[in-house]
Write a new protein. Structure first.
Length: 191
C-alpha cells in the first residue's frame, strides 16, 4: 500500500504565488466554522513529522508554515477555540468541536516568538507558499511508523523536490542557534 505523506505532497507540489495576499482558514465543522484571517502569505512552509502538529486523516505528516502574529486574527467563532496543551511552547488553538488546529502561538521566550504556525490547507484559496522541506522526518517512527518504510518516505519527498531533515531546515536551525548564542552572550546582540 502506498505511503500517504500529505495531500499537498502526495501528487506533486503546486507552486505558490510570491504575491499571494492571504486568505481565511476554516475548521472542519459543517457549520459555524472557526474562521482565521491571514494577511499575506506564510513563510517556511514545510511537511512536519512531529507528534504535536495537526495532520489530516490518513496523512503521516502535517504541512505547516508561519506568519507574523500581527497578521493573524480570529474572524469568526473564536469561542470554539481552546488550547490543546497549555504547557507546550507552541500553544495550539483547536476547534473544540471538530478538533482541527487553526493556529499555534508562542507566548514564552523562544526563537520563533512572534510567529504563528498555521495549516494553509484549511483555506479555500490557492496560491499559498508550497512546502519547502520536510522536517522531523524520523519522528513518525516514534508514532508507530515501521522503520523499514523510511527509505520510501524519504524517496517520496525527494521525488517532489523536498529535502528531508530530522530537525528543521538548516536556515531555521541557524536562526535558533543565533537566538541562543545572543541570549547566552556568546554572540553580539548586534548581529
Amino acid at each position: 500500500m502506498p505511503v500517504s505523506l500529505h495531500p499537498l505532497v502526495d501528487n506533486g507540489l503546486a507552486k505558490g504565488d510570491a504575491n499571494f495576499p492571504g486568505g481565511n482558514l476554516y475548521c472542519l465543522c459543517p457549520q459555524n466554522k472557526v474562521t482565521v484571517a491571514l494577511k499575506g502569505n506564510v513563510a517556511h512552509n514545510h511537511a512536519c513529522g512531529c507528534s504535536k502538529c495537526w495532520k489530516p486523516a490518513g496523512a503521516l505528516f502535517s504541512v505547516v508554515g508561519v506568519i507574523p502574529k500581527e497578521n493573524l486574527s480570529v474572524a469568526a467563532n473564536a469561542e470554539k477555540l481552546h488550547i490543546i496543551d497549555k504547557a507546550a511552547a507552541i500553544q495550539r488553538y483547536a476547534c473544540k468541536e471538530c478538533g482541527t488546529h487553526l493556529f499555534g502561538r508562542i507566548e514564552v521566550d523562544h526563537p520563533f516568538k512572534g510567529l504563528d504556525f498555521v495549516h494553509v490547507e484549511l483555506s479555500d484559496k490557492k496560491g499559498w507558499q508550497e512546502p519547502q522541506f520536510a522536517g522531523f522526518v524520523s519522528s513518525i517512527i516514534e508514532q508507530g511508523f515501521h522503520p523499514s518504510g523510511m527509505d520510501e518516505v524519504r524517496s517520496k519527498f525527494q521525488s517532489v523536490g523536498l529535502p528531508t531533515y530530522d530537525a528543521l531546515s538548516p536556515p531555521l536551525m541557524d536562526l535558533i542557534a543565533t537566538y541562543t548564542g545572543k541570549k547566552s552572550g556568546k554572540l553580539s546582540a548586534n548581529l
